[in-house]
Design a binder for this molecule. Structure first.
Ligand SMILES: CC(C)(COP(=O)(O)OP(=O)(O)OC[C@H]1O[C@@H](n2cnc3c(N)ncnc32)[C@H](O)[C@@H]1OP(=O)(O)O)[C@@H](O)C(=O)NCCC(=O)NCCS
Length: 189
């Protein structure tokens, strides 16, 4: 059985992961949510105004009332630069699936690997999951590399599983790490 803790603050070497607030809207809009390069392989389209971002964040703030809701803004030196969330949590089978995105200006510095490793450790150590997975478009190898660097193993590809906002059918690869693997050390950075 999972022991829900809600979205608690997590600190890593360079980052602080915390709850979103409506006050993050402008930075979220500017740094990643309005950028089609970020959303290319995601389920949502770029935001068209900071007001739309603020509206979404008001909903996200309310969602923190549920103890099984995990959605962090990733901040660097106090600036919101991206997000990471448990996009699905399965209570019965005790697993979580992660989704994440980062502003382009911050890519390639190991930041998402740092954030995802910390969230994976939180989910195993604090929430008690048995499995964490990440699913990414095969055409988006940077996300697959993040999964690999976090100790996840590719387990298969679902063909044409996801239709992008641009109408492209994308093959989706799922990677996972199980509790026993995490405890053996493959998921600890
Ligand atoms: C995917 C994403 C989160 C990666 O964040 P990041 O902080 O740049 O990731 P890291 O720096 O920790 O690691 C990225 C790795 O991918 C590698 N990489 C980047 N582009 C690549 C490419 N085209 N092909 C292969 N590897 C690539 C990098 O070299 C790095 O690996 P390395 O450390 O071995 O050199 C970021 O690019 C992003 O937000 N993209 C848009 C949103 C998105 O796609 N989210 C994931 C949806 S499943």
């Amino acid at each position: 059985m999972l022991t829900h803790k809600g979205t608690q603050e997590i600190r890593t070497k360079r980052l602080t992961l915390r709850r979103f607030a409506v006050a993050d809207a402008q930075a979220m809009f500017d740094n990643w949510a309005s950028d089609g390069r970020v959303t290319r392989y995601l389920t949502w389209e770029p935001h068209t105004s900071p007001g739309a971002t603020a509206q979404l964040l008001a909903e996200w703030e309310n969602a923190y009332a549920s103890p099984n809701h995990y959605n962090w803004v990733i901040t660097l030196g106090g600036t919101p630069i991206g997000s990471i969330a448990a996009v699905r949590v399965d209570e019965r089978s005790e697993w979580a699936e992660l989704g994440y995105c980062l502003g382009c200006a911050f890519w390639g510095q190991g930041l998402m690997t740092e954030a995802a490793s910390a969230v994976i450790a939180f989910l195993f150590d604090e929430v008690g999951v048995n499995r964490v997975s990440i699913s990414h478009a095969v055409k988006n190898p940077a996300s697959g590399r993040v999964a690999q660097k976090c100790g996840l193993t590719p387990e298969g590809t679902a063909r044409a599983y996801f239709k992008s906002a641009a109408g492209e059918f994308l093959d989706i690869r799922t990677c996972s790490i199980l509790r026993e693997e995490f405890e053996r050390g493959s998921g600890r950075s």
